[in-house]
Design a protein. Structure first.
Length: 447
């Protein structure tokens, strides 16, 4: 406790860090306040049916990512997920079209152009999802939704503007606050649902005839175990030895020092699960547009039920595919091999250059497979937790792995790592005695 209090004091001694934390807190307050501002013309007292719809299934997860704005018919109801969907599309285009590949090679100017394209695509997605949300809203609480084209047009524009404002808040957190803003916005929405889920699960277990409290404690222990494995998944590395020579004469290298390249078991971190989840949200987001007489098709219903077999199978396979995709985008074995060669480095027993690149690529492929499978297993754990034979409530089951838990672990580690870097730069002790915190930002940016 004494160490913790001393660390808090050290944090507030650093003016820049204190200012960044205050800005982050204020921007988060703005986001949370906006999630309770309903669309003009909506009677918020009549939204009980919409709340029931978001009490389970994929709609509950969608509501969680929006911080409850979806069920509040808020101006932020569409949240940040349209931007993530647009980011996925743009990154996939970068693998298929020369124009986008050229932009990726142009450095900062190319990155700014791709960000601009991503924003335009986000607005297009919002203009499609906005009417779909209003159709779903009318299906659930039709009596309180105003009629007429004026309401539809203005509400779609407000929803699109609200989502872009959330994106702006995330960017300001990244620029002037602490941590990655987009990830932090998602984290805030998830954490906002956690206390209610824990209290609800505790109350339901307490009313059971026998063993309810014991089962609740067992659930908490299992949750802590899953969190521990998730931290290992985010931080796990495979070290590759590299010998650096002090001097080179002809083909002979003399002296030198041995170092290690820490290749991450899951180099893509939580990005595959966020990407896959964004894809899985598409049927739920557009179901209202394709509903016939208020009834959603069986196909859409299957992929709106996050406990169904087909939903979890597709989700699992998408996570594996996106893990390989994002690892290929962020880890460049050829570049790593060239940098080693320029610095007179080599992997013992492997020729520098092309052979080194092939060796690193082989290692990455081998360690990515178990990492992606484990990531997929953790992602679908909520389906098992919420099954009949375990009986965990739907809201609490989402924290037994899945997108919620992995995002929480990854973003918290990122934020703590950034705070620790400020402390170490000012020659204060870090947050942990046992070494530095390993987050995601050491290898890739979250977005």
């Amino acid at each position: 406790m004494k160490k913790f209090i001393e660390t808090i004091r050290n944090i507030f001694k650093i003016e820049e860090l204190k200012s960044r934390l205050a800005i982050t807190f204020l921007l988060v307050l703005v986001y949370r306040f906006g999630s309770f501002i309903a669309l003009p013309g909506i009677d918020t007292t009549q939204l009980s049916e919409l709340s029931k719809q978001t009490s389970g299934g994929l709609m509950m997860l969608l509501d969680m990512f929006s911080g409850g704005a979806f069920s509040n018919a808020s101006i932020f109801a569409l949240g940040i997920m349209p931007y993530i969907s647009a980011s996925i599309v743009v990154q996939l285009l970068g693998m298929a079209f020369p124009y986008f590949q050229k932009l990726q090679r142009e450095g900062e100017s190319g990155r700014q152009r791709m960000n601009q394209i991503t924003r335009y695509l986000t607005i297009l997605i919002l203009l499609i999802q906005g009417p779909a949300y209003l159709v779903n809203l009318r299906m659930q609480v039709g009596s309180v939704v105003p009629e007429g084209a004026f309401f539809v047009i203005t509400s779609v524009l407000i929803l699109a503007a609200g989502s872009m404002f959330v994106l702006w808040l995330g960017e300001r957190i990244t620029e002037k606050g602490v941590g990655n803003g987009i990830s932090f916005i998602i984290l805030v929405g998830i954490i906002a649902r956690l206390p209610r889920a824990v209290v609800g699960e505790f109350s339901s277990r307490l009313h059971e005839a026998a063993g309810g409290l014991v089962l609740f404690l067992a659930e908490i222990v299992f949750l802590l175990v899953v969190i521990g494995f998730s931290v290992l998944l985010v931080q796990g590395t495979r070290k590759v030895p590299v010998q650096y020579a002090k001097r080179v004469v002809g083909n002979q290298q003399y002296g030198g020092v041995r170092q290690y390249i820490p290749l991450k078991v899951n180099a893509a971190n939580v990005m595959p699960i966020i990407f896959a989840q964004a894809i899985m949200f598409i049927p739920a987001s557009l179901s209202g547009l394709f509903a016939s007489d208020g009834e959603v098709s069986n196909f859409a219903m299957t992929f709106m039920n996050n406990n169904s077999f087909w939903y979890n199978l597709v989700f699992f396979l998408l996570i594996i595919a996106f893990t390989y995709f994002y690892t290929a985008v962020t880890v460049n074995p050829t570049q790593m091999a060239e940098e080693m060669k320029r610095n007179n480095g080599f992997i013992p027993g492997i020729k520098p250059g092309k052979k080194t690149a092939e060796y690193l690529d082989t290692i990455m492929s081998r360690i990515t497979l178990p990492g992606s499978i484990f990531l997929g297993i953790v992602a679908i754990l909520p389906a098992f937790a919420g099954s009949e034979w375990l009986g965990v409530s739907a809201s609490f089951a989402q924290f037994f792995g899945g997108t919620s838990l992995l995002i929480m672990v990854g973003v918290v580690l990122d934020t703590l790592q950034q705070i620790e870097s400020y402390l170490l730069m000012r020659h204060y002790d870090g947050l942990m005695k046992g070494g530095k915190i390993k987050g995601r930002s050491g290898s890739i940016a979250a977005y």
